[in-house]
Ligand binder design. Structure first.
Ligand code: BV8
Length: 258
């Protein structure tokens, strides 16, 4: 339990209360407390046992489709078990009550499960699949909720009935371009906001990590919610060193009830 200093919270709240347009951008740290490992946290992160940069790439898939597909099936089992936490619900409330923008790097769909309607998914969504060669949509059901999430389980990807190519998740891999609509929508929101809040991201993956800098370049205030500092921290107007599931409801209590 990380206690947020009252002075820091008050400073963030005064920024929110003076704001006209607020944009939130979340990363893997937003889903950590829902049981989905982050990419970088040493003790449980995806990097700890695998090299996501290798596995989350077309080269990695070409080299070994079964291992990459199995890694995603392991992650899909964690996603199917994951529930949104109080932080996800708080962001959905900010969207409903104040029209705040919501951009996510996450592929787990937890923001939508918490009731957020307009979610800009920069890196796609692990819940849907398509074929590697032609991107024909494939319906590959999410694993059963009782499936054991076994990272060692090796399974072959299903084949596309149209072209015979094998299945891949509908996420954006390293070296792949982000969906143009998501990119343009995120750019427009970042360009036009006067407060940009970064939640649970190490701010190391681009172009996502660039949106806070774009907002800053237009005069927006930057708030960072993360237990630790990141490369973005030197741009912060306010850093709340805490966990998403604790900090966001604290802000919601003060913003929504006043
Ligand atoms: C592209 C889907 C171009 C897959 C992911 C400059 C410009 C453009 C590109 C680049 C560039 N420099 C380098 C690149 C290449 C690359 C890149 O950024 N590499 C990095 C490693 C340097 N970018 C790309 O390849 C992008 N593509 O630009 O294409 C192009 C142009 C033309 C033609 C062809 C290509 C594509 C990047 C998208 C990759 N896909 N995800 C999948 O999920 O399998 S990225 C993936 O990693 C996640 O989606 C996420 O975005 C990223 C991990 O970052 P975080 O979310 O920040 O997570 P992380 O674990 O790092 O940090 C968690 C944080 O949470 C920590 O700070 C921790 O302290 C905090 N935390 C922990 N617990 C909590 C918490 N915070 C709050 N509460 C808690 N409880």
């Amino acid at each position: 339990m990380i206690c947020v200093e009252k002075s820091v919270l008050d400073s963030a709240l005064s920024i929110f209360k003076a704001a006209k347009t607020v944009v939130w951008m979340t990363g893997a740290g937003m889903s950590a407390e829902s049981g989905i490992p982050t990419f970088r946290d040493a003790q449980s992160g995806l990097w700890a046992r695998f090299d996501p940069q290798q596995l989350a790439s077309a080269e990695g898939y070409r080299a070994d489709p079964a291992s990459v597909w199995s890694w995603y099936q392991w992650r899909r089992r964690l996603v199917v078990k994951a529930k949104p936490h109080a932080g996800h619900f708080a962001l959905a409330e900010f969207q409903k009550a104040f029209g705040h923008g919501l951009i996510t790097q996450n592929v787990d769909g937890l923001h939508q499960l918490a009731g957020a309607s307009e979610v800009i998914e920069l890196h796609g969504n692990i819940r849907s699949s398509s074929c590697f060669a032609q991107r024909h949509p494939l319906s590959v059901p999410m694993p059963d909720i009782n499936d054991v999430a076994d990272a060692e389980l090796l399974e072959s990807p299903p084949h596309c009935p149209l072209c015979g190519s094998t299945a891949r998740p509908d996420v954006v891999w390293f070296g792949e371009s982000l969906p143009m609509d998501a990119l343009q929508h995120a750019e427009a929101l970042s360009y036009g906001c006067d407060v940009f809040v970064s939640v649970g991201t190490s701010s190391q993956v681009y172009p996502a990590a660039g949106f806070a800098l774009l907002a800053k370049s237009q005069g927006a205030k930057i708030i960072e919610i993360n237990p630790v500092a990141t490369p973005l921290s030197e741009q912060n107007d306010c850093a709340i060193r805490g966990q998403a599931s604790e900090v966001l409801p604290l802000i919601a209590k003060r913003l929504l009830l006043n």
